[in-house]
Design a binder for this molecule. Sequence first.
Ligand SMILES: [Mn+2]
Length: 336
Amino acid sequence: MINKETVSNLIIDKKILGKNHIENYNEYLNVCYVFDHGAVRGAGVSICSVCENNKNDKFIFHALCTDLTDDDIKKLELIIDKYDTTIILYFIDKSSEIIKQLDLGNFHVATWYRIFIPYILECKKVLYIDADILNLSSLTDLFRIDMENHFIAAAPDTEKTNRNRNNMLNLKSHIYFNAGVLLININRWIDNDCSDKILDIVKEYGKKLVLPDQDALNILFSPSGDTYYLDKKYNRVELWKEQNIKEKLRETVLLHFVQTKPWQEAWLYEKRPYIENLYAQYEKISPWKDMPLERKEKLSYHDKRKRAVFLLRKGKILDSLYWYKEYLKAKIMKED
Ligand SMILES: [Mn+2]
C-alpha cells in the first residue's frame, strides 16, 4: 500500500533549508526534484535557473533524496542564502520494502521516487522536474494551467520514442509523454490511489517497463483526458534534432538534457549547437562553479571514438590516435 502513512515511513530524515515557518504551501509555487549525490549538481544548477528566471514568484523547492554528502547540503544552503528561498530535503530509505518492489534492476531505483511526491507535499499542485533540466524563462503560465479534470500535465516525447514505446506496451492511440516534467494534481492522484495502481503495473509488466517509471506512468495515464498535454517548450528533448534550433530554443521554457549530461566531460564530444555553453553559464553562478567536468569511470566504445574525434579537432594527434586505438580495441572486444 502506498499512502501518506507508508510514505512517511520511507522518510528517514527531513531538513528544511531556509524559512522555517511556512503556513500555507499553496501560497508558493512548489517545485520538486529527486536526486542523489550523482545528480545534486544538475539539480542545484536547475534550482538556480528557476530562481534567476522567476524573480517575481515565490518558490519552495522540495527534493526526495538519498546519499547526499555534507558538502552537497552546504552548497544547497548557499543557494537559499543567495536567492532567499526554501529547499526542503526528504531523505528516502532506499532499503525499504516498497522501494525493493519497484527495483527492476535496469535503472537507478531513485527514478521511482517521483511517485511518492503526492503523499509527501502539502499542496494542491506540484511541478516535478528532472535534475537534468534547465529553466530558461517564466514558469507562471505553466502553474496557471487548470488541472481540475486531469491527473498530470506532461509534454509528448519524441516521435521515435512515442512510436517505439507505444508499440512495445501495446498502447493504442496514446501520445507517449516524457516524464521529466510533470505537473501533478495531488488530490486527484491520492483520491484515485495512483501510486498503488503503479505498483500493480510493475507487478504485471515487470521488465517490459524498459523506461521504468515513465512507461508505468504512460500506461496508467493513457485513458483520454487523464493527461493534459503541454507544449513541447515545457520539456524540450533532443533540441539538436529540431529543424529550427535557434527559434525552438528561444521559445523553450524547460530544456531537458537527455543522454549526455552537460556536466560530464563527454558533453564536449557531442554536437549541441546553440546550447554548448548554456548549462555552464548557469553553473558559473551556482555553488558548483569551478567544479571540473565529471569523467565517466568506464567509457563505452562510442565514448572512446568521440573522445578521439574531439582530440583530433583540438590538434592533439597523438592523444587522438591513442583513443582511436582504444576505441578499436573495445569495439573488437565488443564492450558496450
Ligand atoms: Mn532527464
